[in-house]
Design a protein around this ligand. Structure first.
Ligand SMILES: *Cc1c(COP(=O)(O)O)cnc(C)c1O
Length: 487
């Protein structure tokens, strides 16, 4: 498909604009451009068709099944967008006088209250704009706590080998030495190794639970106890609370601080680069170090007034003002629609859908840590590769030809040839059945016609980009022929 610049024809214009009736003014030449602006020149029809074609090429939750493990590509109710577009919420400046934004503050306050209720924590900061940003913020809280206690020898963060990739990265960003804790054969944490690794230099543990294998660690209480006994704090990666919300709470499992991804569990569209929100929640004793300003309520007439205040020993800011506040408004709309009954119901259906797909696939695909799958499960295509040369990547690419989005591949790292499937709660039984039959058919094709799979996708516009180059050196700018090295 040609880019809009390649479709441009010099002199072509929109035909619908009236003749300009504004008086022309002239500037002194030194304030004028010396070269014409390089804008594409097209008719309105062409522009409209160009963007429609682009939209058709994108694949989103509204187009079909999207089982991208760990990413929770659930359907995002449109009512959330309606709420976030209210002009009473958008036409506001963050520095407006407090008495003119009481409604907004109530939104932030209510969202904080519900999220505390769901997580078992006491305070929330909405400043972080993404999950990894929340991890970074949470680790800064842990650091602020140890520093305030003059306990500065704690320079290590323990991170299980089944954790999300952002966890070790966040640990390193905060200047910690990241120590990888091995998993046991059930996919949980190896307690003996953990106990041996935890000590006077342990700042804390970062745990994703259910982990990236989709397993809820049955030793969770022992894990947090081991870390606390060593004097460390426990961080819960709650990017994806889909399996547990309304059922169990990280705060009750012994965790001190965590983040959530509003743009996963709490239904804000994501995948296109934001805006996201990765609020950090913590126990009372850490709240004094939280970043930015938080909403509190003063006593007084008519139920009091909301006001913004910096936590007493805040370590500073990690973002602008109150974070991506409109995403918080979407999450609150979602929670209010679900209500107290809907939140656990959502979690149960997320787990049920994953267990259903797993049960219908495990006779043909190998699923290494099968027992305790929660909201997602991981297939290993290792045997398939051995027997047919067809890899996890080939299976994923073949799914594109069948019109569904591939799952996460080659992650978690502890499973060879991994395909990590998270159906989410918003898919119907029929959609799951169709995806199951597609995956079964691909498995048959792998034995009958492996070459076909090696060449998949056959129907997509882009076949097999070099994944590393695409990620590290993406070409996102058109280079104009007449000025190769020009900015
Ligand atoms: C998605 C995810 C993250 C990172 O969230 P971003 O918003 O992409 O930064 C961290 N941990 C887990 C378990 C996740 O699934």
């Amino acid at each position: 498909m040609d880019l809009i610049f390649e479709k441009s024809t010099s002199g072509r214009r929109l035909s619908v604009l009236p003749v300009c009736d504004v008086e022309e003014v002239s500037f002194s030449p030194d304030r004028c451009r010396t070269k014409a602006l390089r804008l594409p020149q097209m008719s309105e029809t062409e522009i409209s068709r160009h963007y429609s074609r682009l939209a058709e090429r994108a694949y989103g939750v509204n187009d079909g099944f999207y089982p991208l493990g760990s990413c929770t590509m659930k359907y995002n109710p449109k009512v959330n967008e309606t709420v976030a577009a209210y002009k009473e919420l958008t036409d506001i400046h963050p520095l407006q006088p407090e008495d003119s934004v009481q409604g907004w503050m109530e939104i932030l306050d209510s969202a904080e209250e519900y999220l505390c209720g769901i997580t078992g924590m006491d305070a929330v900061s909405f400043q972080p704009a993404a999950g990894a940003h929340g991890e970074f913020t949470g680790l800064l809280l842990i650091k602020a706590y140890h520093t305030a206690n003059h306990d500065t020898k704690r320079n290590k963060i323990l991170v299980p080998d089944s954790s999300h990739g952002t966890n070790p990265a966040s640990g390193a960003m905060c200047g910690y030495e990241v120590i990888s804790v091995p998993s046991n054969e059930d996919g949980g944490l190896d307690l003996e190794q953990l106990a041996a690794m935890a000590g006077e230099d342990t700042a804390g543990l970062m745990l994703t639970n259910p982990n990236t294998l989709g397993i809820f660690d049955k030793d969770i209480l022992k894990i947090t106890e081991i870390i606390h006994e060593a004097g460390g704090l426990c961080y819960y990666d709650g990017a994806n609370l889909n399996a547990i919300m309304g059922i169990v709470r990280p705060g009750d499992m012994g965790f001190d601080v965590m983040h959530m991804n509003l743009h996963k569990t709490f239904s804000t569209p994501h995948g296109g680069g934001g805006p996201g929100s990765g609020p950090v929640a913590c126990k009372e004793f850490l709240a004094q170090y939280l970043p930015g300003k938080r909403v509190s309520k003063t006593e007084g007439a008519n139920g009091g007034q909301y006001c913004f205040a910096s936590p007493e020993r805040s370590f500073g800011s990690v973002g602008m003002f109150y974070g991506n506040a409109l995403v918080v408004a979407k999450a609150l709309a979602y929670l209010l629609v679900l209500g107290r009954e809907g939140v656990p119901y959502t979690a149960k259906n997320a787990v049920l859908n994953a267990k259903y797909m797993k049960a219908k696939l495990e006779d043909v695909y190998s699923i290494p840590y099968s027992e305790a799958c929660m909201h997602e499960f991981v297939i290993s295509a290792e045997d398939l590769k051995r027997e047919t040369d067809v890899t996890a990547m080939d299976v994923a690419k073949a799914m594109i030809d069948y019109g569904i989005h591939p799952p996460t591949v080659y992650f978690p790292l502890i499973v060879k040839e991994a395909l990590m499937i998270e159906p989410t709660e918003t898919e119907t039984r029929e959609t799951l059945d169709e995806a199951i039959s597609i995956l079964r058919k691909i498995r048959e094709e792998a034995y009958e016609n492996p070459e076909k799979l090696a060449g998949a996708p056959h129907k997509a516009a882009i076949k097999r980009p070099d994944e590393v180059t695409a990620a590290r050196h993406p070409l996102v700018r058109y280079s104009f022929a007449e000025c190769e090295n020009d900015d």
